[in-house]
Ligand binder design. Sequence first.
Ligand code: GLN
Length: 473
Amino acid sequence: MELNELTCHELHEKLVKKEISPLDIVKAVEKQISASEKDIHAYITVFDDMEQQAALLDVRRSTSDDPLYGIPIAIKDNMCMKGRKTTAGSKILHNFIPPYNAFVIEKLKNAGAIFTGKANMDEFAFGSSTESSHFGPTKNPRKKGYVPGGSSGGSAAAVASCEAIVSLGSDTGGSIRQPASLCGVVGMKPTYGRVSRYGLIAFGSSLDQIGPFSRDVTDCAILLNAISGYDPKDSTSVDKPVPDHKKALSGSVKGMKLGIPKEYFIEGIDVEVRQAVEKAIKALEKLGARRVDISLPHTEYAVATYYIVATAEASSNLERYDGVKYGHRKEGENLIDMYKKTRADGFGKEAKRRIMLGTYVLSAGYYDAYYLKANKVRTLIRQDFEKAFGKADVILTPTSPTPAFRIGEKTSDPLQMYLSDIFTISANLAGIPGISVPCGTTKDGLPVGLQILGKYFAEEDILRAAFAYEQNK
Ligand code: GLN
């Protein structure tokens, strides 16, 4: 096995024993990037100073206890990195170079991680296939001609193709879990407030969370440990001690109550996806977990609610891109004309659609009927989960109703694309954590993901269940 195919914890062991150096790992990753990037296009920017980053580390400390020391990591291109182009997949930010680091970047830097580059994504994280990136689509490394999912498709593909060891994505309605599922890797959305959003280019501020992608559950716990924690610079960051999530990986789920929501196993979900998830539930039952039937009655309103709340917040967050302060500018005859030309030229089709939808639902006269109503339904969705977690420790569902679809298959039908997230968006509306863990492949060789949802700040529970399943599937 090449070094770039190993996990963080495997590489860490070799580093500690001094069998390898960070530079060896970087060279293996660089080789893989040169070999497969032209087919996959996981990155918007590949850093050309990876070897310097490694060399600096080698000088700084010979060995380190830090599990991310010397580990190459890809970052979704909506997280600000000082001095590095950060585009959010949009033309309007094609030339934006942030003067500061996001909170998570500082954390990783201090941990001794090596940054491989900025991963491709749907424009401003609007999408489920990474086809709306201004820089062109990412391809699914598991099967030619298929999408990697989205919006963090580049981050998922980089890890699946071993062009990075781990990566970071962001999840507003499923953008970590859905691409993880479609690419056959592990992806987690932490509880809202667990990871600071400082330096994350905002989409839906009340929904966005940064989280890890990895090739196994152990690496997911390691990366979560590294990026979690209180940050006074994010007013929604929660000041709560961070446990060592690795300790949750005991392998035991004896007595754990697995909630199975009847609303998630309905007509319309792919037969092979359903079978794979049923099989995974049985595997956990065999390990001593107990299945309990639960109901999340407001599930059918989740997609509609999400597309009101998310577009409302997005339209407001995107107001700042006006050609004045930073990013793309198209000159005009006067200030207003310059705004119009800049925004018309700088935003892609999906961004414009969302700005219009969001502005509409927030406008006087429609606010009560749409935005206010959606927020009331959001409360009902949250209460559904609170009730369900009275009976269950975790909730199991498919991550996505279908495996990966073909490139181009859904681009002309936004509603079909929006339905890709039908099983993931409720967790964002409620703020609870969720993980997607690979649970087999279809006859065509497309990966399927099992989604495990947990109570607020109970990332340990979902990691425990995911790890036990991974070890015994
Ligand atoms: N696919 C969903 C959307 O388009 C979710 C995206 C995300 O989580 N960033 O809004």
